[in-house]
Design a protein around this ligand. Sequence first.
Ligand code: BGC
Ligand code: CA
Length: 454
Amino acid sequence: MRLIKKVTAVSMASCMALSLAACGSSTSETTTAAAAEATEAAGDSSEAADAESTEAAAESTEAAASGEVANKDKPLVWFNRQPSNSSTGELDMTALNFNANTYYVGFDANQGAELQGTMVKDYIEANIDTIDRNGDGIIGYVLAIGDIGHNDSIARTRGVRNALGTAVEANGETDSTPVGTNTDGTSTIVKDGSLEVNGTTYTVRELASQEMKNSAGATWDAATAGNAINTWSASFGDSIDVVVSNNDGMGMSMFNAWSKDQGVPTFGYDANSDAVAAIAEGYGGTISQHADVQAYLTLRVLRNALDGVDINTGISVADEAGNVLSENEYVYNEEERSYYALNVAVTAENYQDYLDSTVTFAPVSNQLDAAEHPTKKVWLNIYNAADNFLSATYQPLLQKYDDLLNLEVEYIGGDGQTESNITNRLGNPSQYDAFAINMVKTDNAASYTGLLSQ
Ligand code: BGC
Ligand code: CA
C-alpha cells in the first residue's frame, strides 16, 4: 500500500508541476492503484469495523470499501468559498446540509476583518508624524476589493471602513460597495473619518476602491490591482498615504508596482510567504487566516467521515496519533455545519514566526496509521489555479496533510471564471470516496451537488 501510494503521489506531483489542467484526465496508473487499494481496504475494514463502537460506522466503512456508497451520500466539504447568496450573504443551508457528512471549512471572517482594520489604524497612529505625505491633514488610503460577492471580501472591506471611521450604513450594515474614486470626499458610499492623535485631529479618506476583476471575469485579480495603483498614483499619488488590500496577492502586486518605491505602507491578508517576507521591506502587515489549520480541517473532516468516527476526532478530541486542536485555533458552529479558523495579525513585531506559510501546524502533524486509516480517494478542486493564496499557501499545505491522513487527493485547478471548467472534470464521481469543493461563485453549490445526485 505504501509503495502504491508513493508512486501515485510522485506521478501526481509531477503532473501538477507540468500543468494543473492536464491532471484532470486521470491516468490509468491512478486507476490501477485505486483498485489495488480498494481490495486492500476491504480486508482492513472488517477488522477495523469490529473495533468500532457504532453500527453505522461499520456500515459506512464496509460500504465504502465495496464501492456501494452512492455519490450523494459520500462525505463532502466545501472550503474557502462558503455556499451563500452572493448578494445578501445568506448561507445556503441546502448545500451545507447536502448529506449527513457535509461541512464547510473557512475562517472567522468578522474576527479577521476587525483585526485587519485595527492593524491599519494602529499603524497610522504609531506613524502619525510621517504618514501624511503631502501634509494636508488628510490621511488618504486606497482599497483593493477582491470579489464583491464573496463574504470574506465583503467582511474585509467593512472591517477596514469600520476601523478607520469611513463606514456608512446601508440596510443596517456597513456598505461594502466600491467607491470608484472619491478624492474630493463627496462619495455617499463612504464618509470622511476623523482620527485624533496626540491632540491633533486628522481626516481619514477612502480616496479610491474597486473590485479587482479582470476582463475575463477572474476576481481577486493581482494584475488588475497593479494596474489600478498605477492609474490612481498617476492622478493623485501624493494623496495616497496608505494602501489596503483585501488579500496579499493584490497587495503585493500594488506594493511591487508602486508603494514599495514610494515608501507607502501596504496591507494585505493571508500571510502568504512573499508578503510576510516583504514586511522587512516596508509592507505594512497582513493577517494569517491560519491556513495551516484550515487545510488540516478540510481533509480531516473527510477522513473522519470515511472512518465512520466522531467528526471531531483529531480536532477537539485527540486521535490515537496525538493530533488535536485547541479553541485558540478555530470555532465550530454546529448549526452552520461550519469550522472557522481564527486569524492572527502579522506585523513587523512578529513576522519572523510566519515566514513560511506552508509549514503544517505542529499539533496536527502526526502521521495516521495506514492500517487503521486505509487510503481513500478524494476529488478536490481549487476554483482558480492562479489564485495566490490558494496556490501558494493552501494547496501546498493540503499536499502535506493528505500524506499524513492517508488520503490520495486528485487536485483540479479551475480558471477562476467558469464553474463548468471545473464541473466538467467531475465526470466520474464514482471513482472517489469523498469530495472537497471550492466554488467559483458562492451561489453555485447546486452545480456540484447536482452531479453527485445523478
Ligand atoms: C483569500 C483570498 C483568496 C480567496 C479565494 C480568500 O479567503 O483571502 O486571498 O483570493 O479566498 O476564494
Ligand atoms: Ca495627505
